[in-house]
Write a protein that binds this ligand. Sequence first.
Ligand code: NDP
Length: 242
Amino acid sequence: MEKKVVLITGASSGIGYQTAELLAQKGYKVYGAARRTEKLSELKEFEVETVYLNITKEESLKAVVDHVMDKEKRIDILINNAGYGSLGAVEDVTVAEAKNQFEVNLFGLARLTQLVLPHMRAQKRGQIINMSSMGGRLTTYFGAWYHATKYALEAFSDALRMEVKSFGIDVILIEPGVIKTDWGIIAADHLAESAKGGSYEQIASQKAQGIKKQYTSNWGSSPSTVAKTILKSVNRRKPKAR
Ligand code: NDP
């Protein structure tokens, strides 16, 4: 039987890395994409093909899809996992930073989806797995901009699911809670940095320390648990093309 072809973003670390490894071990042909190619190259050990991607750049997105299509002639599963959290008070996060979060967590993902969909429609099948968060359904202190990206992703995914179902394509949302990856460290650093010298500095700095502690302690789940959830999702019943 032909191996199913998977393209996964954010494969250089955390959830994406574990998922790429697990799916490759389970017999999928996996293409792992991210900017840090030195981290990606560790996945070669598990026979994951690696490819450079900056999700905020149109030419990079096109190059990735062209590369996989040239090699495999199809993409069965797109896992839109790349993302980050830039926590901070609404007043403190610059609009440029807020926009970048939307570029990575929503617009880049949406553009990649646009580029993959024509191929999935031609195949009359496909799965799009979008990495949202528990934070796509509830909000936390200093998370306004991050939550806004994930709430938007939930709405985007729910609406897209209706549009593409009749082409045999499913759209699946994954909504993890606290998962021990670099996400928490990056989010905490953004939080502390954004608050420096401002009205929220004291509480933001305490919160940032708390987040770092949470993400480095035994609290929270390992990224491999999310990888297993994704594996279950790719195995679930697919809609039939009409
Ligand atoms: P990591 O920081 O370990 O991974 C984030 C990945 O996103 C990296 O591989 C990074 O690759 C990639 N990425 C970031 N910016 C870009 C970009 N501009 N272009 C391409 N790739 C990019 O965190 P997680 O594994 O935890 O995060 C994965 C997803 O899970 C995210 O969408 C996150 O919001 C979500 N999530 C995480 C939770 C958690 O508690 N950890 C909870 C709920 C959801 P590189 O820097 O090499 O480009």
